[in-house]
Design a protein around this ligand. Structure first.
Ligand SMILES: C[S@@+](CC[C@H](N)C(=O)[O-])C[C@H]1O[C@@H](n2cnc3c(N)ncnc32)[C@H](O)[C@@H]1O
Length: 182
């Protein structure tokens, strides 16, 4: 469980009631749990079937019966393309990728090089006026650099607000999070 993400989960709970949420790189689906417990409809997407099973267990532990169709196995890049083609849109999209990963279909993902491409795909599935959470867990990229990467890929005007790390992570700034309203 990523305790360092709890302010973002809290923020998600505040704003997503009655909305559709796409939780990419879902892992234990904790953003999904936060969303459904606030009354949203959440879809969790991950490249690992095991993690999605953990995610379903996480739903049950939080008193929510998981719906099979809300847990999608596969590559985020592929699925963002598929959703876009089908015209499927979400009110909120959570992007919390690993710094590095390898997928059979989309190849190697390196956050510093490929975040813009990820964002560009995510923008195709977001409702106009929608909300994005863009996270980056990387020591070697500063918040200023990350904001610059985001600004360069977002349509203007986009409102970016940085969420700090929780106060019980003193002196840490490895997790950079920006809430973006389009
Ligand atoms: C750092 S975790 C994300 C943490 C998660 N947001 C949470 O709050 O628990 C990274 C996840 O990304 C998944 N992943 C990595 N590359 C992927 C890809 N190309 N498509 C889909 N999922 C991917 C991994 O299986 C892993 O579960």
């Amino acid at each position: 469980m990523f305790l360092d993400q709890r302010l973002n989960r809290s923020r998600l709970r505040e704003l997503c009631s009655g909305k559709t949420v796409l939780n990419t790189f879902a892992y234990t689906c904790s953003f999904g749990v936060a969303a459904v417990s606030a009354g949203a409809n959440a879809v969790n997407l991950d490249l690992s079937r095991n993690y999605l099973e953990w995610g379903q267990e996480n739903y049950r532990l939080n008193g929510v019966e998981p719906e099979e169709s809300d847990f999608i196995y596969g590559d985020v890049f592929d699925w963002l393309g598929r959703f876009a083609k089908r015209g499927r849109r979400f009110d909120v999209v959570v992007l919390d990728p690993p710094t590095f990963s390898r997928s059979r279909s989309s190849g190697v993902f390196r956050a510093e090089k490929d975040y813009s491409a990820l964002l560009e795909r995510a923008l195709r599935v977001i409702e106009s006026g929608g909300i994005l959470l863009c996270c980056l867990n990387a020591h070697h990229i500063s918040a200023v650099e990350f904001r610059y990467i985001l600004k360069n890929s977002l349509p203007s005007p986009a409102d970016l607000r940085q969420m700090p790390m929780p106060e019980d992570f003193p002196g840490s700034d490895y997790l950079k999070s920006f809430w973006v309203r389009l």
